[in-house]
Design a protein around this ligand. Sequence first.
Ligand code: ATP
Length: 328
Amino acid sequence: MNRITVIPGDGIGKEVINAAMLVLEELSLPFEYVWMEAGDEAYEKYGKALPDETLEECKKSKAVLFGAVGETAADVIVRLRFELETFANIRPAKSYRGVKCLYDNVDIVIVRENTECLYKGLEFEVAEGIAEGIRVITRKGCERIARFAFELAKREGRKRVTALHKANVMKKTCGLFREVCREVAKEYDVEFNDYYIDAACMYLVMDPWRFDVIVTTNMFGDIVSDLAAGLVGGLGLAPSANIGEKYAIFEPVHGSAPDIAGKGIANPSAMILTTAMMLRHFGYLEEAAKVEKALEEVLAEGKTTPDLGGNLKTMEMAQEVVNKLKSY
Ligand code: ATP
C-alpha cells in the first residue's frame, strides 16, 4: 500500500482535490490516503501554516498530493519542496484540442531546479533601504537537475534538451549552470542547446515549437513555466510534479485563486493531470495514460468549466472524466 498525504490547502485547492479523489476512487489502486491541513486556514487555526504533524506525516508518506495554498505559499509549498528535497520540478505545457490557446501542437516539459537559486530565501536587510538576496548554485545541484532532464528526455523519447540561463551577466552562478549542462549533455544521445533566458522568452512566444525539454534554475523555471502555461490555455490546465530521491509532491501550478474560490467553478484539469503524473510516478503507466486520454476527450468535447468557455462546475467536469474512464 502506497501511503499518500493529501493536503487540500485553501481556496480552490479544496475544490480541485475532490476532483482528483473522484478520479482516484474510480481507479481503486492500492493507495492509502492520509488527509492533513496546511495553508492560510491552518495558520489561522494553529498559528503555523505548515503544522508539525503535517510535515511529519509527509515524511512518512511516499508522496504528497497537494491542492493549493494562498498567502502562506512560501511557508508551505516552498518549504515542503526544500524539506522533502524534491529537487526537480516538472511542469509540462501542452496544448489540447478544444481549448482556445495561442498555439496548437505545443508540447514542452519544463524541468526546473527546485532547491537552490534565489528562492533559498537567503535575504537580508543590510542597512536602511538596502536589501540583499543570495543566489546559491552548486555543481551538485546543476548536475542532478541536468541529468534528470536528459533522463526524462530519453524516457519519453523527446528529441532535445534546452538549458536556459543568463551566463553573460551572472557569470559565476549561471556560468556554472551552463558549464555543467554542457558537460552532462555529452553523456547523452539527445540533442542539446542553450539560450539566454530573455531570448528564450521571446522564442517561447513567437516559436514555441523549437522547445522540447527545458532545463533551468529555480526562479527562471518558475517564471518561464507560467509563461508556457499561458501559451496553452492558462493555469487551469498546468500540472506539476516535484521529484526527489525519497519523496515526491504533486501539485497543480495554480494557486488558491481567491477570486473564484467557493463557487465550485475551478477548472479541475490541472489537478487531474497532476494526478496522472502521480500515477506515472508510481508505475501505473496505463492508468495515467487513460486519465490523460479521458481528460483530453472531455476538453475536446467542450465539457469544461467557465474559464475555458464551458458551463460545468468543477465536480461535473471531473464526473465527465470519470464517465470516460468507465467507458474504456
Ligand atoms: P494565490 O495568491 O493563491 O497564488 P492568485 O489568484 O494570485 O492566488 P492563482 O491562484 O494562480 O493566483 O490564479 C491566477 C488567476 O488564474 C486567477 O484569476 C484565477 O482565477 C485563475 N485560475 C487559476 N487556477 C484556476 C483554475 N483551476 N480554474 C480556473 N481559473 C483559475
